[in-house]
Design a protein around this ligand. Structure first.
Ligand code: FE2
Length: 230
């Protein structure tokens, strides 16, 4: 049952506001840098800077063009620093990842992520057009199937809004992405897209990154990002 989200209030004594500043992402192999940058662009992020550095390019992206000269809404993309690369290799080796001796904890963790991609570390973007979000998913599916560089590098999942709003239900039933979806979000009046990729190294095992893209139907105060429903 939905509950109404509480009014946001400034904590007592606080004199300033915060916004989400920046997200720092890392790719693995040097040759993956330009491919990961291509992927971020295909996800609608805006590239504002590329620096050529020894070991791999450094990129600056923003979530939308309005953030190009700002200090928030930024996504940095850089090569894994060597100590982090060695740490990831050591963790994966000691846990026997992708071998017959893989530690049960890894198997259980991977199974959890397969059933719920936002159960562990991930980062979410909000998209203000459902048409654009659907076009992004269709393009990513195509790239994952046919693109020489991106083929097989993505795992894409979607959740549709819980049923209950006739207008939302009808729009999603007719959607080329969400119409056949049988997974439901932890809430109503919004949809979620999850893209996992090994082009970006993050998470507890350093093997991939989960990015989320959400859309919320306009005019609804109870939605997937305002009220969590179990
Ligand atoms: Fe999430």
């Amino acid at each position: 049952m939905a509950t109404t989200a509480p009014e946001a209030t400034r904590p007592a004594g606080a004199r300033s506001d915060r916004t989400m500043g920046h997200l720092a992402l890392h790719y693995g192999a040097e040759s993956d840098g330009p491919i990961a940058a291509r992927l971020l662009k295909a996800m609608g992020l805006v590239e504002t800077q590329v620096l050529s550095l020894p070991g791999g390019n450094f990129y600056r992206f923003v979530a939308n063009p309005g953030h190009a000269a700002r200090g928030d809404g930024i996504i940095y993309l850089a090569a894994l620093p060597e100590p982090q690369r060695k740490l990831i290799e050591t963790i994966q080796s000691l846990l026997g990842m992708e071998t017959a001796a893989q530690h049960q904890a890894v198997t259980d963790y991977q199974a959890m992520l397969a059933s719920d991609p936002e159960a562990s570390f991930h980062f979410g973007f909000l998209v203000d057009s459902l048409d654009d979000l659907e076009a992004m998913v269709l393009n990513l599916r195509d790239l994952n199937e046919f693109d020489p560089e991106l083929k097989g590098r993505l795992t894409i999942g979607v959740n549709r809004a819980r049923r209950g709003d006739a207008e939302v239900d009808a729009r999603l039933d007719a959607s080329p992405v969400f119409g056949s979806c049988e997974r439901y979000a932890y809430g109503r009046n919004g949809v979620q897209v999850f893209v996992a990729t090994d082009l970006i190294k993050a998470g507890q095992l350093g093997d991939r990154m989960f990015l989320e893209f959400d859309y919320v139907f306009p005019g609804r105060t109870d939605h997937i990002l305002s009220v969590v429903e179990l």
